[in-house]
Design a protein around this ligand. Structure first.
Ligand SMILES: [Cu+2]
Length: 468
């Protein structure tokens, strides 16, 4: 049995040591005779350095956005991992924590990295209050290892440990998630990424290789636990259970060949869009796309249950937005179910209603940004543990976004393993959009009709509710 003693908590510094100095092997030797591999957990939600393999076949490790890779032990030629399904506290962005279910201390769980042809054994301990199982999405496994509770195995009861064992047959990008009370368990954040690296490390080699999952939560402002019966109307759209500005940037060197692997375990599709570069989709969870079948894109739609690997050469310096193109998915809680009040004079109204209902929020007279700024200036109180709807500030002011947004930061001269945020891009003089200060000619248009002059823009969503 595992005891608190055998649980190693990884801090960022420990992990650098572990990854850099081969401490993983020592730690593993201590328990080499134990029946179960040591349980390694992560406490923090920041991006960890890549886990370079110190045994087994060589590969080029991935970097999990706001996540980490799970160390293993090698036992008689088998790579052994230990996953623990358990309640976790996930910081979604500074100022907001969610009570989720995850693996080994975080949601999503750690990324599992193996090499094509590896024999893999995964111990799964269930510390949830209900049964679970793990499905290895996209992989070729013996049917009884497919993790569909009831269909291919009995569910893992609370407190029990089950063993999955198979050969990692096909290189590619996969996901793992429960196939038991899925609606609840996935809405609670129980999922993780899996990479099977090619046998030949030179095959489709890139300089920087990122991975993350798209997930979504419905957490009412002021609360901590997701509503798990929500079908579509989620209010927190996340990259690896983080929302902007809590999502780390993707930091790359100029001219790096970059791969970003994105899996979708939400309940809707996400058109993922990159600024400043074109990319090609080079892989899906079904395998690598032959070069002759690829075409250039700047947005790729990722449907539910799909994974896409995109590749490009990062040859343009700057801070490039990388986000879901559904505008509601770059908003945090509080941004939904708000009536459109553009054109409505309401400052007195807000104050009067606010005296009666302290949580009252309305859309601004000129748009949502106004409301976001008012809220961020603390003129409007937010419930506790609640993020502003649109948030994040860049070097030029408010970014007015939340949710599924981060930046690709292209810089020169980064060290090989340097993924730290380099700060805002210093634009060369004369390359930033600027104000025109000369005379602007008056607009000439025909006189307004009576109807036009009578219309004041007052739009409301029909029901104030977009759910089903
Ligand atoms: Cu989206």
């Amino acid at each position: 049995m595992d005891t608190p003693k055998s649980t190693k908590n990884i801090t960022r510094r420990d992990f650098f040591k572990l990854a850099g100095a081969g401490i993983a092997l020592t730690a593993v030797n201590k328990v080499a005779l134990a029946a179960l591999p040591e349980i390694v957990t992560a406490e923090k939600a920041n991006t960890q350095a890549p886990l370079h393999p110190d045994n087994g076949r060589p590969y080029n490790p991935v970097v999990t956005l706001n996540g980490w890779s799970l160390p293993w032990r090698m036992r008689n030629g088998v790579k052994e991992f230990h996953l623990v399904a358990e309640p976790v506290i996930r910081e979604m962005a500074p100022g907001m924590k969610a009570h989720l279910w995850g693996y080994n201390g975080q949601s999503p769980g750690p990324t599992i990295e193996v090499v094509e042809g590896d024999r893999v054994r995964i111990f799964v301990t269930n510390r949830l209050p209900e049964k679970t199982s793990v499905h290895w999405h996209g992989q070729r496994v013996p049917n009884g290892m497919d993790g569909v509770s009831g269909l291919t195995q009995p569910a893992i009861p609370p407190g029990k440990t089950y063993v999955y064992e198979f050969e990692a047959k096909r290189a590619g990008t996969f996901m793992y998630h429960p196939h038991a009370d899925e609606m609840t368990q996935m809405a609670m954040g129980l999922m993780g990424s899996w990479v099977t690296h090619p046998k030949n490390p030179k095959f489709m080699q890139v300089d920087r290789d990122f991975i993350f999952l798209l997930n979504a939560y419905d957490i009412e402002p002021g609360s901590y636990t997701p509503k798990t019966n929500t079908m579509l109307d989620f209010n927190l759209w996340t990259f690896n259970s983080r929302v902007f500005p809590g999502i780390d940037p993707l930091v790359v060197n100029k001219n790096d060949k970059v791969r970003i692997r994105v899996g979708n375990l939400t309940m809707t599709n996400h058109p993922i869009h990159l600024h400043g570069h074109e990319f090609q989709v080079t892989g899906t969870d079904g395998g690598w796309v032959p070069p002759s079948a690829r075409w250039p894109e700047v947005t790729t739609d990722i449907a539910v249950g799909q994974m896409r690997a995109i590749e490009f050469v990062a040859d343009e310096l700057g801070d490039w937005a990388f986000h879901c193109h559904k505008s509601h998915h770059t908003m945090n809680a509080m941004g939904h179910d708000v009536p459109n009040m553009i054109g409505v004079k309401q400052h007195d109204l807000v104050k009067k209603v606010g005296d009666l209902l302290p949580d009252y929020m309305a859309m601004g007279e000129t748009g949502m940004a106004e409301m976001s700024e008012m809220a961020s200036m603390m003129e409007m109180p937010l419930p506790e543990n609640t993020l502003p709807m649109m948030t994040g500030t860049g070097q030029y002011g408010a970014i007015d976004m939340g949710g599924m947004l981060t930046t690709l930061k292209v810089r020169e001269g980064l060290a090989k393993n340097d993924y730290q945020d380099p700060g805002p891009y210093q634009h060369p003089k004369g390359t930033v959009a600027y104000e025109y200060v000369g005379e602007v000619p008056a607009v000439t248009r025909p006189p307004a009709t009576d109807e036009q002059s009578a219309v004041e823009v007052q739009v409301r969503k029909p029901s104030g509710h977009s759910g089903h």
